[in-house]
Ligand binder design. Structure first.
Ligand code: NAD
Ligand code: UFG
Length: 343
């Protein structure tokens, strides 16, 4: 039985939703986050929603002494590892930050875990490790590693180092969860995605256009080989994603070694389909203009989620309309993210 978990990056977008799900499921949660891309307000709201307090330590996964202290203070039996940097463009400009934080940070975390006798780890990987897939939907056995940027390479390197580690010592139990495109927010509208500056990703960009913070959406290319020429992705509700982590944690009780699971819905939607769905869910039209393709983007990326369904007993439940209405509720209630303070 796992009772207490360490959640690195637990104040962030996916980490905060997963921390909430863990608390509601009865786990004790210790969050370690350096707040480089998060606000402590997210955890205050998680406590409000769950009526339980996670332990929060502000600090860095690269700080070995801090990790040793945390693992000595709390009876941690497993780690959910979200902490990392995630901006593709920034990773091209500052690759060493990405290798230091994402790869170096994971090495330090694993060293501290092994020293403390904790060998169960759930890692936030990404569909980006598949690069430009030969076929869709993507199964876990499709070749990975043809990544196009330092962020993607850092994710693939961590997958490999965790594989080497698990091969070296049979006590390790590792889940590599390859997320597709997380969107949406908790149905309360109290927690959600809070990007700093102008968003890179489609959904936060759309919601900021809807709320009047940005004038129009730039659609990156309409000449892909897709249903309407715009890029197709597998958008997955962040609350479904959070549930996938609980399912993976449970499954790791029965397995050792490294295991890969896609976390997606299996359904691809184009940019224009998302714009239409957002309008239907929110009543807000989204002015848009087509511009050239964004370098590095691919035409279509969506999961075959059958392995997760069969082995984890997990599948995504929330449809595109729910993803859009929950994103919109979060944006409306928090026009300036956690800085709004109007919960
Ligand atoms: P996020 O930025 O909201 O969360 C990451 C959290 O980690 C933040 O709270 C940040 O403050 C913290 N952090 C970063 N470096 C740290 C360090 N060295 N020590 C301690 N804390 C640190 O991002 P997210 O969208 O919640 O993503 C979580 C994880 O999932 C990341 O590893 C990301 O690469 C991965 N992922 C995200 C997506 C996506 O589209 N959101 C897709 C695939 C994979
Ligand atoms: N798009 C636009 N306009 C925008 C933003 C995005 O047209 O302003 C389009 C993109 O071209 C793409 C789709 O919307 O077709 C989704 O783009 P996102 O930036 O939201 O997501 P990506 O699929 O490009 O990337 C995401 C994460 C990456 C991760 C990748 C694979 O941001 O970190 O999924 O998991 F690597």
């Amino acid at each position: 039985m796992i009772k207490t978990v360490l959640v690195t990056g637990g104040a962030g977008y996916i980490g905060s939703h997963t921390t909430l799900a863990l608390l509601l499921a009865g786990f004790n949660v210790v969050v370690l986050d350096n707040l480089c891309n998060a606000s402590p307000e997210s955890l205050r709201r998680v406590a409000q929603l769950s009526d339980r307090e996670p332990v929060f330590e502000k600090g860095d996964i690269r700080d070995r002494a801090l990790l040793d202290k945390l693992l000595a203070q709390h009876p941690v039996q497993a780690v959910l590892h979200f902490a990392g940097l995630k901006s593709v463009g920034e990773s091209v400009a500052y690759p060493l930050r990405y290798y230091d934080n994402n790869v170096g940070g994971t090495v330090t975390l694993c060293q501290a875990m092994a020293a403390a006798g904790v060998f169960t780890l759930v890692f936030s990987s990404s569909a980006t490790v598949y690069g430009d897939p030969a076929t869709v939907p993507i199964t876990e056995d499709q070749p990975a590693g043809h990544t196009t940027n330092p962020y993607g390479r850092s994710k693939f390197m961590v997958e490999q180092l965790l594989g080497d580690l698990a091969a070296s010592d049979p006590r390790w139990r590792v889940a590599l969860l390859r997320y597709f495109n997380p969107v949406g927010a908790h149905e309360s509208g109290l927690i959600g995605e809070d990007p700093h500056g102008i968003p890179n990703n489609l959904l936060p960009y759309i919601t900021q256009v809807a709320v009047g913070k940005l004038p129009e959406l730039a659609v990156f290319g309409n000449d892909y080989q897709t249903i309407d020429g715009t890029g197709v992705r597998d958008y997955i509700h962040v609350v479904d994603l959070a549930q996938g982590h609980l399912a993976a944690l449970k499954e790791l009780l029965t397995r050792t070694g490294t295991h890969v699971w896609n976390l997606g819905t299996g359904q691809g939607y184009s940019v224009l389909q998302v714009v239409q769905a957002f309008k239907a869910a929110s009543g807000q039209p989204i002015p848009y203009r087509t511009v050239p393709r964004r370098p590095g983007d691919i035409a279509a990326c969506y999961a075959d989620p059958a392995k997760a369904a069969a082995e984890l007993g997990w599948s995504a439940k929330r449809d595109l309309f729910t993803m859009m209405s929950d994103s919109w509720r979060w944006q409306k209630m928090n026009p300036d993210g956690y800085r709004s303070g109007n919960d």
